[in-house]
Design a binder for this molecule. Structure first.
Ligand code: FAD
Length: 461
């Protein structure tokens, strides 16, 4: 951690978004002594976790005039991380077994995550800082400060000046639609997972699902409950892959990638197999988008790399007035939001100083060169994968907060291994009771809990 050079000061900070990242940013900024206004275009906190049965009118979300639905959550969604490692560090995501309306499972449904975030917001009085139904439409630097233009539900615009802006607008709303040769003349239906809600519309269909990680694995199995056949196109699979899965419904196949789509309705895979499909579901990820941000050309998004961003948080020449929480995807997201937020709050107060803009750029250029040397494409710049825990430790060191507990990292790693080896049941069959034990001991030692969940009765405490 770099020592403070300035007296500690309180700043007037705008936070854009009241999802998990905006809520923790507001909390950390507030406890560092800053005044905070959170802008949220929805009527409630929770962001992605506010399930809406409604999807966008354009199933691929390509029409720029479409009405945007923020959430990408589907009805059957359960978390893809165990709850112990998923929650914020001093507000654990433990089952609320005193309340029968809550979902106490280790991998609970999306409704439980929303309830947890609402509890968190209530506990730390964050809702009082939020302006609901208020969308930020423009953010620009003005004389060393930031002008934020917002529009409320009555369509009234307002300009305000802030010392700093923390961008927490989420990045699972703008679909990335993979390009498939021949798809434009293929006659079937297409949908991106952003607009997938329930399997009903796929009844008796032959469906191709592109992508086989968290959403792809879930959605293919959800659709298979009602579809005639489901064929997964998996980029991670060898070119000759052709495997029928007998579980859960005996109508699911895994193939390699798609070779081409044809006018006669068939989809041909790289393994040489062809299926006559009714629908294609794209579980191919999302793109970063900051439609409100005007930095006079300083920042850009090139092949899904948001640049330049020092440690995925600060644009060197605009720091610390502008920062981004939550850009790196996958892994222990809430904990990453928390550690990044502590860093931003500490830098804004002057308790921690950043390197000079030149040094930050040097660091960034070196990190881009390293990605190049490793053959990692630009579009994966913010995918940390195995280096996530190193990244979190570095940011934690910068902000002077404790490093991530090793049991969290191990829970993520072992959870993902289970997801790959047992996508049907990885949420209900686990082999890491030792890590649950460690988590609850840690919570108890820090006096964050008073009891243990019933799914872990053998602890006897
Ligand atoms: P969001 O939750 O998307 O919140 C952004 C907020 O900003 C929204 O409320 C939005 O309305 C608001 N906003 C956007 N633009 C504006 C504007 N211009 N003005 C005002 N408000 C604005 N993570 C996990 O840890 N565990 C999981 O199991 C898990 N499952 C996932 C499943 C799916 C299908 C997806 C897509 C992601 C999943 N994630 C999971 C990752 C998840 O995105 C993060 O956990 C986290 O909830 C994202 O929080 P966020 O605050 O960054 O974004």
């Amino acid at each position: 951690m770099a020592p403070a050079q300035n007296p500690i000061s309180s700043k007037h900070v705008a936070v854009i978004g009241a999802g998990a990242s905006g809520l923790i940013a507001a909390r950390e900024l507030h406890r560092e002594g800053h005044t905070v206004v959170v802008f949220e275009r929805e009527k409630q906190v929770g962001g992605l976790w506010i399930y809406s049965p409604k999807a966008e009118s354009d199933p691929l979300s390509l029409d720029p005039t479409r009405l945007i639905v923020h959430s990408s959550v589907y009805e059957s969604l359960r978390t893809n991380l165990p709850r112990e490692c998923m929650g914020f560090r001093d507000y654990p995501f433990v089952p609320r077994e005193d309340d029968l309306s809550r979902d106490s499972r280790r991998y609970p449904s999306h409704r439980e995550v929303l309830a947890y975030l609402q509890d968190f917001a209530r506990e730390f009085k964050i809702e009082e800082m939020v302006r609901f139904e208020t969308e930020v439409v423009r953010v620009e630097p003005v004389d060393g400060k930031w002008r934020v233009r917002s529009k409320n539900s009555a369509d009234l615009s307002d300009d305000e000046i802030f010392d700093a802006v923390v961008v927490c607008n989420g990045h699972y709303t703008e679909p990335y639609v993979a390009t498939i040769s021949g798809i434009n003349s293929w006659p079937g239906k297409h949908i991106h997972s952003h607009n997938y809600r329930v399997p009903g519309p796929f009844k008796n269909e032959v469906v191709v699902v592109i992508g086989n990680f968290a959403s792809g694995a879930d959605i293919s199995r959800d659709v298979a409950k009602v579809a005639k056949e489901v064929h997964i196109a998996s980029r991670g699979s060898e070119a000759n892959t052709y495997e029928k899965l007998s579980v859960p419904t005996n109508n699911l196949w895994i193939h390699s990638e798609i070779e081409t789509a044809c006018e006669d309705g068939s989809i041909i895979f790289k393994n040489g197999k062809a299926v006559h499909a009714d629908s294609v579901v794209y579980c191919t990820g999302y793109k970063y988008k900051f439609p409100f941000l005007e930095t006079n050309g300083y920042m850009s998004i090139d092949d899904n790399r948001v640049e330049p961003l020092y440690k995925h948080v600060f644009p060197p020449a605009l720091a610390p007035g502008l920062s981004f929480i939550g850009l790196p995807g996958m892994g222990i997201q809430f904990v990453m939001f928390e550690i990044q937020s502590k860093w931003v709050a500490a830098v804004l107060s002057g308790r921690v100083t950043l390197p000079s803009p030149e040094k930050m750029m040097e660091d960034l250029i070196a990190s881009y060169a390293m990605l190049d040397a490793l053959g990692i494409p630009k579009r994966h710049t913010h995918k940390l994968g195995k280096i996530e825990s190193k990244y979190l430790d570095r940011v934690a060191e910068e902000s002077g907060c404790p490093l991530v507990e090793p049991w969290r990292v191990q829970q993520v790693e072992r959870g993902y291994k289970r997801l790959v080896s047992n996508p049907e049941n990885y949420r209900d069959e686990w082999d890491d009771n030792d890590l649950i034990e460690e988590a609850y001991e840690d919570f108890a030692r820090k006096r964050l809990i008073s009891s243990r969940p019933s799914y872990f009765p053998e602890s006897g405490r």
